[in-house]
Design a protein around this ligand. Structure first.
Ligand code: F6P
Length: 345
């Protein structure tokens, strides 16, 4: 059995744990072999595959990023892209593909499966916005980085009597904001799922100042939206869309900090955590989850359960249909947001 594995979309901590687990499980338990595909779907289109043996994956478990490289390539947008994937599957004698990615990479996998490709998915993203799994790997590391940043911003906010606005990633879901906000003790958390007015934010901060707290931490998701009268506004860095139709989000932190200072008179600063949330060594949780996902994905491929993704449900790894996973974005559970909001103001 020859399995080929690719990592697509934005990188995240834990990708190497998955690759290592797929290779170890396939080679040692199933006596099969694994090929690594470079740079996501781009490498599959261009036929950039190489054998991955046990030596190749030795020592990669604690390393961030992906040893295979990644890209946001959509083969359906490349003329002849899908045909070239089919040709390369034949040329390299690939019996099954394992695609490790988020909604875009796995969306491509689901479409290819409909066309007869034998593919298994593994859910990856710091955004935690994939359905069919309670957690994606990468998310835990991202919220730990964000929580550490919030802790650090607390001490400087307190020393200077300032409002600190922290902009975190997450695209159109507020998971990173809400979980790091709860863990870091944020005084307001803004998420895309719950448009909020600047006035409301300022009221929370004023309430806090009235009870003697002269500094505050506001966590804002990059995709959070302002409710201006009857209009909802998303802030983008660039209107240009990528191969999957996404704009580049970002910039809401700066706008919010300025608006808060203007309305309240409280000195405000902002910090954009950006790709720091995605880089570096994976947390223990992400190493364990990535390893469990990798072993389970190799098993699914060997059993011939294609068109499925491994997912975490009730702390068990289960196989879910790729179509179910990519069909709908998993947005923040409002009960969790309600818990965060207990601490606003
Ligand atoms: O999906 C992961 C993510 O990090 C989002 O949170 C963010 O909006 C986006 O990727 C950034 O993408 P890029 O690395 O292309 O700037």
């Amino acid at each position: 059995m020859r399995i080929a594995i690719l990592t697509g979309g934005g990188d995240c901590p834990g990708l190497n744990a998955v690759i290592r687990a797929v290779v170890r499980r396939t080679v040692q338990s199933h006596k099969g072999e694994v090929y690594g595909i470079s740079d996501g779907w781009a490498g599959m289109v261009e036929g950039r595959l190489m054998p991955l043996d046990l030596k190749a994956v030795s020592g990669i478990l604690p390393k961030g990023g992906t040893m295979l490289g990644t890209s946001r390539t959509n083969p359906f947008k490349i003329p002849g892209g899908v045909d070239r994937i089919m040709e390369n599957i034949r040329k390299f004698g690939v019996d099954a593909l394992i695609a490790v990615g988020g909604e875009d990479t796995l969306g491509v996998a689901a479409r290819l499966h409909d066309m007869g490709v034998k593919v298994v998915g593994v859910p990856k993203t710091i955004d935690n916005d994939l359905s069919g799994t309670e957690y994606t790997f990468g998310f835990d590391t991202a919220i730990n980085v964000a929580t550490d940043a919030i802790d650090r911003l607390h001490t400087t906010a307190e020393s200077h009597n300032r409002v600190m606005v922290v902009e975190v990633m997450g695209r159109h879901a507020g998971w990173i904001a809400v979980e790091s906000g709860i863990a870091g003790g944020a005084d307001v958390v803004l998420i895309p799922e719950m448009p909020i007015s600047v006035e409301e934010v300022c009221n929370h901060l004023k309430k806090r100042h009235e009870r003697g707290k002269n500094f505050s931490i506001v966590v804002v998701a990059e995709g959070a939206r302002f409710q201006d009268k009857d209009q909802v506004r998303t802030i983008v860095q660039d209107e240009k869309v990528d191969a999957f139709g996404h704009v580049r989000l970002g910039g809401i932190g700066a706008i919010l900090a300025q608006a808060i200072e203007e309305r309240t008179g409280y000195e405000s600063r902002y910090t954009v955590l950006g790709h720091i949330q995605r880089g570096g060594t994976p947390s223990a949780f992400d190493r364990v989850l990535g390893t469990r996902f990798g072993v389970a994905a190799a098993d699914l491929a060997v059993k011939g359960e294609y068109g499925k993704m491994v997912g975490l449900r009730g702390n068990k790894i289960e196989a879910v249909w790729l179509k179910e996973a990519v069909g709908k974005l998993k947005t923040v559970d409002m009960e969790l947001y309600e818990i965060a909001s207990v601490f606003f103001g």
